[in-house]
Ligand binder design. Structure first.
Ligand code: NAD
Length: 240
């Protein structure tokens, strides 16, 4: 059975580092990006989530992120997030590198979480670099269309990586270091279409994938399980 095989791989190929994408959070009610029911089937990312859109019309970008932040804060970690936290606790997962901005890994109890696309935890001032908490941002969004920096008055930028922006260097360096040191990289819920993150599994000793549908690296994996993250990881934990 493939869950049992994945359990043996995790036991035998240590250290194991996990790379997650939007697919791990769909069972928490957060749509992914590229599925037919995904977010980009409804809105054009370049209109609401790109750095050019932010420079052109920050209020429109904040209108999108205000709704998105509320959705993400209302979501709860599912059994896939919880299982990964338990595997870390058991010494079987070294770290989770995530493309997600929803903070569900941290809320599920994972400690070593590298957020390569930023997160909704805060917003940043593009002028003076001041950080504002998500609570502060939401309080401002109740009274104005875009939050302002309390220090210099500039419009804050969401703390997530927008399309057209560089990824945070410290997070990428840490993710690359983790991938290179891993005997096994386990990818969960990512189409592996977004670079440079999609290149990380190729840095690891071996690759296993749990994803509904194909990914760009299926042929490079020692094991591919086409199944849902929550159910599959719960079965893996039971087999460990
Ligand atoms: P993606 O949408 O490209 O791929 C998600 C993959 O997960 C798809 O192949 C899909 O079939 C699969 N999937 C869906 N439900 C699944 C489930 N229950 N179990 C297993 N697999 C499932 O997403 P990606 O690869 O993460 O793309 C990267 C971009 O998506 C990043 O920029 C990330 O910031 C962003 N994103 C994040 C969130 C979030 O924070 N929850 C949500 C949407 C998108």
């Amino acid at each position: 059975m493939s869950a049992a095989r994945l359990a043996s791989l995790i036991r035998e190929r240590q250290p194991c580092v996990v790379l997650t994408g939007a697919g791990i959070s769909t069972e928490s009610g957060i749509p992914d990006f590229r599925s037919p029911a995904g977010i980009w089937a409804e809105v054009d990312p370049f209109e609401v989530a790109s750095i050019d859109a932010f420079r052109r019309d920050p209020e429109r970008v904040w209108d999108f992120y205000r709704k998105r932040i509320h959705t993400l804060l209302a979501a709860e970690p599912n059994s896939a997030h919880v299982t990964l936290a338990a595997l870390e606790q058991a010494g079987l997962v070294e770290a989770v590198v995530t493309q997600n901005i929803d903070r569900l890994h941290t809320r599920a109890g994972s400690r070593e979480v590298v957020e390569v696309h930023g997160s909704i935890r805060s917003a940043l001032c593009p002028k003076c670099g001041r950080e504002e908490t998500v609570e502060g941002v939401l309080a401002q969004l109740d009274i104005r269309p875009a939050p302002l920096c309390e220090a210099c008055g500039a419009i804050l930028k969401p703390g997530v990586v927008l399309f057209g922006e560089l990824l945070p260097a410290a997070a990428i360096d840490r993710a690359t270091e983790l991938a290179r040191s891993a005997e096994l990289m386990l990818v969960v819920g990512s189409s592996l279409e977004v670079w440079p993150i999609a290149g990380l599994p190729l840095e690891a000793g071996s690759l296993a994938i749990v994803n509904v549908g194909p990914t760009a690296l299926d042929k490079r994996a020692v094991l591919k399980i086409d199944g849902s993250a929550g159910e599959t990881l719960a079965a893996v934990a039971a087999a460990l």
